[in-house]
Design a protein around this ligand. Structure first.
Ligand SMILES: *Cc1c(COP(=O)(O)O)cnc(C)c1O
Length: 403
């Protein structure tokens, strides 16, 4: 059992007020809040050992380098990568995906095929479209059912010897659906295709084991896992990372430079040009420690309770449609009949409640349901049933005002 009141004390922001009401933060799928332990780490870094890494022989640089590389190992262990250098530190999921898409531009040829799912975030659609246009490859889409689940039968029928890559999110950010990624990976491997799994939305709730999944690439952002913004990771199998060319040129990623020719550094530095977000990476390590100390099983079980509680109460209001059913993380994407999601979001913000409204960077899903958007309430382990009850009262009030 989690001691939620104790956990909440770790998050200073949770005690602030918004519009004269206690903040109820239900926009965790957009970004999570930051515990004091992570805030302290950031203050400590800039107060004591701010320096550039991998370059100086001086003490501060050594300390910063050690802390940065220790964080890489924490991230490696968290995702169970085989080697620390299979973890590439990036500015986030979006950059990680672009790094891979950019690299594949030199590996794909005309006639090759890539497959994406209908549930993707724009950041997992647009880079691949750009790639396909560039190399003359074709993009195919795994369709979804009305309940938000992906159609695995059609997926299998899309696979063939021309399929080179498959991309899918582990959990849909718009609906919270947990996708059958192991099946997707195994089927893709049968035809020799590589698989990238977008773990941005799963990583706050599910501890992924990249070796057990046998996934080729796995990406995530620190800011959704209690860490700071501007940091993320790309896990790649060593063989794949060696095949991909560097993404950005600059300092840190070279071996030898002359004006005639540059040879590149080995992994992971080949992909880490320039000064990285040193403090952010170190703080990401602290965030993972923080969450692992609480325990992902405990987090998952508690958040599931919140999801069940909120779903029941919300449906009881009447005229509510929830999009996406089945195996889900603690996300509820919903609409109330004849009311625009934006109007609901605006009214409940006045009551101190933060939810996301709109298309959630997943317009194809909204097109599928023929809706402009949804209200998305996404819960974290620091939320409570009492907060959900207050939210339900607020939704009732908004419904009365708007209908
Ligand atoms: C948030 C999110 C992204 C984008 O992450 P950034 O941190 O903005 O780069 C991509 N995919 C999914 C599923 C997400 O939830």
């Amino acid at each position: 059992m989690l001691d939620i009141q104790k956990i909440r004390k770790d998050f200073p922001i949770l005690s602030r007020e918004v519009n004269g009401k206690p903040l109820i933060y239900f926009d965790n799928a957009a970004t999570s809040q930051t515990p004091q332990q992570v805030i302290d780490c950031i203050v400590d870094y800039y107060s004591r050992y701010n320096a550039n890494i991998h370059r100086g022989v001086h003490t501060l640089s050594q300390e910063a380098t050690d802390a940065y590389e220790e964080a890489r190992i924490k991230i490696q262990q968290h995702f169970n990568a085989a080697k620390p250098y299979e973890i590439i530190l990036t500015s986030g999921t979006t950059e990680s995906i672009n790094l891979v898409a950019n690299g594949f531009a030199s590996l794909l040829k005309k006639g090759d095929e890539i497959i994406v799912s209908a549930l993707e975030h724009h950041s997992n659609i647009v880079p691949w479209q750009m790639l396909c246009e560039h190399v003359g490859a074709t993009m195919k889409v795994i369709p979804m059912f009305e309940n938000g689940q992906l159609d695995m039968e059609t997926y299998v029928s899309l696979l063939n010897k021309n399929t080179k890559l498959v991309f899918c999110n582990h959990v849909s950010n718009a609906l919270g659906i947990i996708n059958p990624v192991k099946f997707i990976i195994d089927k893709a491997h049968e035809v020799g295709a590589a698989v990238l799994i977008d773990g941005a939305q799963s990583s706050p709730h599910i501890k992924a084991d990249v070796q057990a999944l046998d996934v080729d690439f796995y990406v995530a952002s620190a800011h959704k896992i209690c860490g700071p913004t501007g940091v993320g990771l790309l896990y790649g199998k060593e063989d794949w990372l060696n095949k991909l060319p560097p993404y950005k040129g600059g300092g840190e990623m070279i071996d030898q430079v002359t004006f005639e020719k540059t040879t590149f550094a080995g992994l992971p530095h080949k992909f880490e040009a320039g000064t990285p977000n040193i403090c952010g990476v170190i703080a990401f390590g602290v965030a993972l420690d923080y969450m692992n100390d609480i325990g992902f099983e405990e987090i998952g079980a508690y958040e599931h309770e919140l999801l069940v509680h909120a779903t029941e109460k919300l449906l009881a209001i009447g005229d509510v449609t929830i999009y996406g059913t089945g195996d889900k993380t603690a996300v509820i994407s919903f609409n109330i009949e004849n009311i625009h999601p934006y109007d609901i979001g605006t009214i409940i913000d006045k009551l101190g409640i933060a939810v996301r409204t709109g298309h959630h960077c997943a317009q194809p899903i909204m097109d599928f349901y023929k809706i402009p958007g949804t209200v998305r309430a996404s819960f974290s382990f620091y939320n409570t049933k009492e907060e959900i009850d207050t939210f339900i009262e607020a939704i009732k009030r908004a419904k009365k005002m708007l209908s």
